[in-house]
Design a protein around this ligand. Structure first.
Ligand SMILES: [Zn+2]
Length: 41
């Protein structure tokens, strides 16, 4: 059953920054839709 969950997340499209469109890497406790650079602003 766990494998199905893993496959589900692997098939998710990469999260992208809503400001610059850059792909956002998995971040801990980060619920923002912006990348690091855009988050600074
Ligand atoms: Zn950005």
């Amino acid at each position: 059953m766990m494998e199905n969950v893993i496959e589900f997340f692997k098939n998710l499209p990469p999260k992208t920054c809503i400001t610059c469109g850059k792909e956002i890497e998995e971040q801990h406790e980060c619920y923002s839709n912006k990348c690091d650079e855009c988050n600074i602003i």
